[in-house]
Design a protein around this ligand. Structure first.
Ligand SMILES: *Cc1c(COP(=O)(O)O)cnc(C)c1O
Length: 357
């Protein structure tokens, strides 16, 4: 608390990111970073972009990046919005789309916790929709009729931190049943085996797909996020962006993002390796007695019937292995473990074996 703070600051409950330690010898499986570096072409593009031109402001419309995304999905670049990480894109989505006469935002009780942080920041009421007992989103729960007309709907697909996926037909159904409000699908993990809802946009102009280059493109350090939607929704996002920061993406980040999108073979190789390792890690954890939810992301969500989740996370930390534990209702027995390399899985499981005796 400080007497110099403005009225709202003390009442905020900021998002708590996973520990970002650079300590030597740490196995970092807590923030879903990609174990493989970015494409070599990315490093080359950053080198080329790093010159005297840095005296100039970057392209405030990220045009080349939006064109590369347009090519990837065969859509108009005017359907693409770029921001400083998808967290910033999401912040603009909340500000631009979800503030409607105090109507509530519908979201799962268990999903990316930043959504509730933005609701607090922007004063948007929250209506939580519980996941099923096996931690799946139940599409019918979003179909209405609603108790109160919602301002919008948001969830991640695959969901975080469960890793469970919703089929495209079910997302189409949710968007169709709520044609008057924005339905936002956060696809931070979609490249690890799920299908993107971008293909539904033509029929469902109320859909907003949010993506990031942090995970499947291994660019967490460059901060590049995207929203893909109908041109009028994108125009709304641009109005908020240009009321906040006209230059959210620097020159190097734009060059890096374009190069990453233009190297599909490196992208495929690395994400296939991660998907294969996800299946291996799932089997290794199951062999140690863990229950592992079926994941389509680059992490698994697992609990052990005989070992407390919080205690396991602390014991792993003491052995230099970082995983994520959420001290929240329904999921406090789970660990969220990022899928790394085969060596990472072996080290994790051998430490777990020792801890659990
Ligand atoms: C990682 C993550 C983000 C944030 O990604 P950035 O682009 O790095 O800001 C957003 N949503 C979900 C569900 C995530 O897991």
């Amino acid at each position: 608390m400080s007497r110099y703070w403005g009225d709202e600051v003390a009442s905020l409950s900021p998002y708590v990111a996973g520990e970002q330690s650079k300590a030597e010898g740490l196995l970092k499986l807590n923030t879903n970073e990609n174990p493989y570096g970015p494409s070599p072409r990315v490093i080359e593009a950053i080198g080329q972009a790093a010159g005297p031109n840095l005296r100039l402001y970057p392209d405030n419309t990220s045009k080349a990046l939006r064109q590369a995304v347009g090519q990837l999905y065969d859509i108009d670049p005017d359907c693409v919005f770029a921001g400083n990480g998808s967290d910033e894109v999401l912040a603009h989505v909340f500000k631009a789309l979800f503030r409607r006469q105090g109507r509530p935002l519908l979201l799962p009780d268990i999903t990316y916790s930043f959504y509730r942080t933005y609701c607090q920041l922007y004063d948007i009421p929250v209506q939580l929709v519980p996941l099923s007992d096996d931690f799946a989103i139940v599409p019918d729960d979003y179909a209405g009729p609603h108790r109160q007309p919602p301002a919008g709907i948001i969830f991640s697909n695959p969901n975080a931190p469960t890793g469970r996926v919703l089929a495209l037909a079910e997302i189409a159904g949710i968007a169709a049943a709520n044609a008057d409000i924005p339905v936002v699908v956060d696809e931070a993990y979609v490249d690890f085996g799920a299908e993107s809802a971008v293909t539904l946009l033509e029929q469902r102009p109320n859909l907003v797909v949010v993506q990031t280059l942090s995970k499947s493109r291994s660019l967490a350090g460059m901060r590049v996020g995207l929203a893909i939607s109908s041109p009028t929704i994108i125009e709304g996002l641009n109005r908020v962006k240009d009321s906040f920061n006209s230059y959210p993406l620097d020159t190097l980040a734009q060059a890096a993002a374009v190069a990453a999108l233009e190297d599909p073979s490196y992208f495929d190789e690395t994400r296939q390796a991660i998907m294969r390792e996800r299946d291996d890690l799932t089997q290794q954890l199951a062999a140690l007695g863990f229950e592992v939810l079926p994941s389509m992301a680059n992490f698994v969500f697992a609990r052990h019937p005989q070992h407390d989740g919080g205690e396991l996370a602390r014991a792993l930390r003491a052995q230099n292995v970082l995983v994520r534990h959420f001290n929240l209702p329904r999921i406090d027995q789970f660990l969220r473990i990022t899928v790394g390399t085969p060596d990472d899985s072996r080290r994790l499981c051998s430490v777990l074996k020792r801890i659990m005796g």
